[in-house]
Ligand binder design. Sequence first.
Ligand code: PLP
Length: 335
Amino acid sequence: MGLITRYRERLPFAPGDPVVSLEEGSTPLVLAERVSERAGVEVWLKLEGANPTGSFKDRGMTCAVSDAVRNGMEAVICASTGNTAASLAAYAARAGLRGAVIVPEGKIATGKLAQALMHGAKVIALRGNFDEALKLVRELCEHHPIGLVNSVNPFRLEGQKTAAFEVLDELGELDALCIPVGNAGNVTAYNKGFVEMGVRPRLFGFQAEGAAPLVHGAPVANPETVASAIRIGNPARWEEAMEAFTSSRGAVRAVSDTQILDAYRFLAAHEGVFCEPASAASVAGLLTHGVDGAERVVCVLTGHGLKDPQTALSQAGAVVPCEPHIAAVEKAVLG
Ligand SMILES: *Cc1c(COP(=O)(O)O)cnc(C)c1O
């Protein structure tokens, strides 16, 4: 069942309200033995890439688009580094709404672009970065009856907090949660979910070194990192995220692209889990900085590795060419 149905009594939806769902949520939580060994703590991976469009954005989108339908909107729009665009496009298609997405030109991973286009959204490539896109889309929605479904939309956080419920339903308790941070909506949502359930695991957020405004305490004008989903210089949920780190006795820290890519390859090669580079920032952060004495840790893997085949191919081994003869095949396989 979808997450509005599963958690309706903890969400702002009444029985009978329209629900636009692709049966998102209820994603796997798997024990990561190799990562646990390396980190010296018990590590669980929350596989958000298993959502219908391949990222946790579907949790927020089912709520935001259902609310847009409830309010009689005919169109929805967002600024996006990619996954919000893919998710919006799918849920808008499902609801029969028009969808538009504004993405930074040339900066969006191939899989995400393919999804947004296939689902029939209008994809607008802005000659600017994500932060500029968000500013413009907010201005547009002030003047037109279009539903804004960026993480400034409170329904996004409502949907995303359900991941915290799932972790608690399954594990009972945990000491810490490691999570990549871009716009900081997701960490804000997990915090909300944990607070509502009366528990306070320590929240450790990780930003990429070249896009770490929360770590430096100042916006970054030209954010740069291989992890395109967290290439954000001025997070929309800045204050709430900082409050979440402080009040849970956690922290926000930076990891380098090298550390991110190391974790990315390690997860794929030794845990069988293919996530996108931004997602690997949670595990990179755990391996680099530790979790200040926590024993049972959940790392959120926010999106699927297939989203970004280009980065994967640039990081993986080469294929082995082979002539169609048994001797050549023997040599290729066994050599
Ligand atoms: C959106 C996204 C993030 C960042 O989440 P925020 O809520 O913006 O902090 C991280 N990883 C992936 C794969 C994403 O799509």
